[in-house]
Design a protein around this ligand. Structure first.
Ligand code: AMP
Length: 539
């Protein structure tokens, strides 16, 4: 017997209506390219989103068509987040840090029919515009004048009539947005989110034990809107109704700290490299910025060193919440909020817990598989993390060759090697390709990196596996010293000795100027592996 509940479609228009109806007067602030602040509210924003939807349809965009965006985090990008999916088209956020070759592949794979682009990114667009199928280019200009053959965003909006907008009814499983994985090997793979998955993800993201986004908050997503929809924060915000602040292209520590102080930001989110820079600025002059309203820094995308959590907390009273996720997971998977059982544990135990990736969000299920089947949740046994849930990809777009990333019984294989403990807390040991296999034993490069980055003289550290005639592979630490430091390999070995098993201690330490980063700010170990491919250890 079926229940007698409404079959109410989970589509993005419900979020739009909620934002304009209940939070219409709440402010949306953007740091503009010239550093001035643009201010309006959710009501004005949704009215403009409707006009954009009308304008796109007038250009011939139809339900099912993809529309690319090549934009920083700002209010017009936020308008596109709603305008495109609300009539059944597909929002395709293009990563502005990719090379032209990848952008060509991605825009053509998604079959983008139009692209909305920031004026400052026109030079980037020109590197690939001639190689993609899109016909219409809509430029967000400051002058109101787009280059010949392109449309000006504001002019298009001024010619569209909000009264022509109509909320359509469609199936909640309709595609709403797409993002491509920033994979370091092979071609990027498209993940196609549905209205249903995005609505459920927004709901879960807002929960107290997930990202805890509330109406009274002020949210500033540092994470780019082209990186897994800024981790779903813009949609979660429209659902919960906080004040929203977009940093525009100004992602340097000083600009962000000014935004935090001036706008009273309470919740922010980004990858560890952003926060490492911020920490150094705060350390230099702890009294310069008043960031006392910040109650949560959500950090994910790469492992968060325990030392970083501790430094923010103890030196600046700022609380880091680590989350683990993937583009394929919309992206939220697990969150490391402290369980109440640990409320009275020692500070060190609490930091230990918060440096893990945490437990899954509601509706996300986890398991871990080793060579001999599922591995026990004992906090020791390593295996590949598999996940399933309503906002997790069931396949990649157009990629039957990648079907092996999904199990026969409907789970997604993450490629992350983890341990899971008795309470279901996940600890990422490595990406499967980054683990160091030494004499048949695994060494976690992530653990070594986090320990090294806890050394007071080290700014960044990346550990890679280097072939070794006797042990198969041995770890090589590529280390960036802090300015003025003369720390040596011997010092670092001595520092690690009491912290890890003897065989984990890297055989080599290379002092480098910077760890190369991916387009979303993660360590690009592939480049280090290539650079040190012929490395030989001295001993
Ligand atoms: P992306 O799809 O680009 O967001 O990359 C997803 C990958 O980033 C995951 O498979 C992990 O390897 C890594 N990752 C994300 N969050 C974390 C985290 N909190 N700790 C460690 N690795 C992470």
């Amino acid at each position: 017997m079926n229940g007698l509940m409404m079959d109410y479609p989970l589509t993005i228009d419900t979020v739009m209506r909620r934002a304009e109806t209940f939070f219409g007067g709440k402010e949306i602030v953007t740091r503009m390219p010239d550093k001035s602040f643009h201010r309006y509210n959710y009501r004005a924003c949704m009215a403009r989103a409707k006009k954009l939807a009308v304008a796109l349809q007038k250009l011939g965009i139809k339900p099912g068509d993809a529309v690319g965006t090549l934009c920083w985090n700002h209010y017009r990008h936020f308008e596109a987040y709603f305008a495109i999916p609300v009539f059944g088209a597909v929002l395709h956020t293009l990563n502005l840090r990719l090379h032209a070759e990848d952008l060509i592949y991605i825009a053509n794979d998604a079959d983008d029919k139009a692209v909305i682009v920031d004026e400052s990114l026109l030079p980037l667009l020109e590197t690939f515009r001639g190689h993609i199928g899109a016909k219409d280019f809509i430029v967000i200009t400051s002058s109101g004048k787009a280059p010949a053959g392109m449309h000006d965003y504001e002019t298009l909006l001024s010619q569209a009539n909000e009264a022509d907008f109509e909320y359509l009814a469609f199936d909640e499983n309709t595609a709403a947005a797409t993002c491509y994985t920033s994979g370091t090997t092979g071609k990027p793979k498209g993940v196609l989110y549905s209205h249903r998955s995005m609505v459920l993800h927004s709901l879960a993201a807002s929960l107290g034990d997930v990202l805890d986004v509330r109406e009274a908050d002020c949210v500033l997503p540092v994470v780019p809107m082209f990186h897994a929809n800024a981790w779903g924060l813009p949609y979660a915000a429209a659902m919960a109704g906080p004040k929203l602040v977009f940093p525009g292209p100004h992602l340097d520590a000083a600009s962000l700290l000014e935004d935090f102080e001036q706008e009273g930001v309470t919740v922010t989110a980004g990858v560890p490299t952003i926060w490492l820079g911020l920490l150094q600025t705060l350390d230099k002059d702890p009294k310069k910025y008043n960031v006392s309203k910040l109650r949560k820094l959500v950090v994910g995308g790469s492992a968060v060193p325990k030392s970083m959590i501790q430094s923010f907390q103890e030196r600046h009273g700022l609380s880091i919440l680590q989350a683990w996720g993937m583009t394929e997971l919309s992206p939220l998977g697990t969150i490391a909020g402290l369980p109440s059982d640990l409320a009275h544990a020692s500070a060190d135990e609490q930091y230990e817990y918060r440096a893990k990736q945490g437990r899954p969000a509601p509706l996300v299920e986890i398991r871990s598989r080793g060579d001999n089947g599922l591995v026990p949740w004992d906090g020791q046994s390593m295996g590949e993390l598999e996940v399933r849930g309503p906002w997790i990809a069931s396949a990649y777009f157009n990629r039957p060759d990648a079907a092996d990333r999904f199990t026969d019984d409907g789970w997604f294989k993450t490629g992350d090697i983890v341990t899971i403990d008795a309470i279901g807390c996940v600890k990422i040991q490595d990406r499967s390709k980054d683990l160091v296999k030494s004499g048949g034993e695994w060494i976690s490069s992530v653990d070594l990196e986090n320990l090294l980055m806890g050394h007071p003289d080290i700014a960044e550290a990346a550990v890679i596996a280097v072939p070794h005639p006797r042990w198969d592979e041995r770890p090589l630490a590529c280390v960036v010293r802090k300015a003025g430091s003369t720390v040596t390999a011997a010092d670092l070995k001595a520092y690690l000795e009491p912290l890890v098993a003897k065989f984990w201690i890297p055989d080599g330490f290379e002092f480098i100027d910077e760890v190369p980063k991916t387009s979303v700010g993660k360590f690009k170990k592939m480049e280090l592996r290539e650079r040190f491919a012929n490395y030989t250890f001295n001993s």
